[in-house]
Ligand binder design. Structure first.
Ligand SMILES: Nc1nc2c(ncn2[C@@H]2O[C@H](COP(=O)(O)OP(=O)(O)OP(=O)(O)O)[C@@H](O)[C@H]2O)c(=O)[nH]1
Ligand SMILES: [Mg+2]
Length: 366
């Protein structure tokens, strides 16, 4: 997962830091301080020192040479214990030039423009026109990037298993473009609920694509779950409605609604999806997007959010995503949390999303 970022981002950050250091070397020193570490003597030790000093002062037998030696010794110790801190500044113009390589790397990894702008602004705030200590740039850059990336995920978190216990039946609808992984994700989520002793029923509300109902049937047969289905071409909202009635009658915990894949540009299908929402009144609307499609996935999430107001995101196919830009960007752009990553084609391949995972992948974890 995110192999490209893992390999390259750290290299680019190190390069950025190195070049910034080189630029700082050329700049005039704006601050020079001699820093003396605090004395860490215990009161007992200082008392002994005092007595020694007293005795020394009183003694008239100390010859001049000894005195000089003592002074020299003191001086060298003092030198060792002090540090000269030299600070220089970097201008906004130079920063912009230096940031270019980092910017290109982020773009190549499918990071959204809004996110790149935010990271640039945050980094600029920590570096530009501030006295910077030479030799400390890499630490500052890493810390600033880490904070910036972490803040991309400051949305409400969703713990699905906890959440579905809030209401019975809890209704979850899955939406996304064609082939994004909705049906497979529903099967994974259903298996997870089953493992947690939550009873769920699935609504085959994709009545559009040939074989969609059959595909779900195969999953529900394997998982021994109830599937509510109508004929192909029938009203998807009616299927969802029936599944909810079934769950209410059988006191089931969760209803999972599968929907047909659709492009946000297809207004008829978007209207149909809005109708499912009006009829089923889902407690949670999850957008399923393919991690590998990067910026397209982010744009789709935005459009689906505008159409039906999504609550959370599942990014499928993260196992084959070499880049990771969608995972970095989609929450910031939509202000919705990523709940899970799909990490393969097996039922177990569903990983709870954690921002730490991204920070680690970028080599920014401390
Ligand atoms: N590697 C990998 N493949 C996945 C993942 N999730 C789904 N797939 C595969 O992606 C393909 C499409 O998955 P579906 O679940 O049918 O997608 P869908 O969104 O329901 O598709 P439509 O109903 O046609 O819109 C299938 O071959 C899945 O096995 C994943 O996390 N990793
Ligand atoms: Mg499907």
């Amino acid at each position: 997962m995110f192999k490209f970022l893992k390999k390259n981002f750290k290299k680019v950050v190190t390069n950025f830091s190195k070049k910034t250091e080189e630029e700082l070397e050329k700049e005039p020193i704006v601050e020079e301080k001699i820093v003396q570490p605090e004395k860490k003597e215990s009161s007992f030790e200082s008392a002994v020192e005092e007595i020694k000093k007293d005795l020394k002062e009183k003694s008239e037998e100390i010859d001049e040479k000894e005195k000089r030696d003592e002074e020299e010794k003191k001086k060298s110790v003092f030198k060792k214990l002090t540090d000269v801190v030299k600070a220089t500044k970097i201008s906004e113009e130079k920063f912009d030039n230096l940031f270019e390589e980092l910017e290109i790397s982020l773009l190549e990894n499918n990071v959204a423009l809004d996110v790149i702008e935010k990271i640039k602004k945050d980094l600029k705030r920590s570096l530009v026109d501030k006295p910077l200590q030479r030799g400390k740039v890499q630490d500052m850059v890493t810390e600033s990037l880490k904070e910036s990336i972490e803040s991309l995920f400051e949305t409400e978190k969703i713990e699905l298993i906890k959440k579905v216990k809030e209401k019975k039946p809890y209704i979850i609808m899955f939406a996304g473009i064609n082939g994004s992984g909705k049906t497979t994700t529903i099967a994974k989520v259903a298996k997870m609920f089953k493992n947690n002793k939550l009873k769920c029923v699935i609504a085959a509300s994709d009545t559009f694509r040939a074989a969609a109902i059959q595909q779900l049937q195969e999953h529900t047969d394997k998982l021994k779950l109830k599937l509510i289905k109508h004929d192909y071409g029938s009203d998807p909202a009616a299927v969802a409605f029936d599944a909810i009635k079934y769950a209410e009658a059988k006191k089931m915990d969760v209803v999972l609604i599968d929907t047909a894949g659709r492009q946000h540009s297809n207004s008829n299908l978007i209207e149909e999806m809005k109708k499912i929402v009006r009829v089923a009144k889902p407690d949670l609307k999850i957008f399923v997007g393919e991690s590998i499609t990067g910026n397209d996935c982010i744009e789709q999430a935005k459009k689906f959010n505008e159409a039906i107001g999504i609550d959370g995101i599942i990014l499928s196919k993260a196992d084959v995503d070499e880049k990771g830009g969608a995972a970095i960007s989609v929450s910031y752009v939509t202000k919705k949390p990523i709940i899970y990553l799909g990490t393969g084609q097996e039922y177990e391949d569903l990983t709870p999303f954690k921002s730490e995972l991204v920070v680690e992948s970028l080599g920014l974890a401390s």
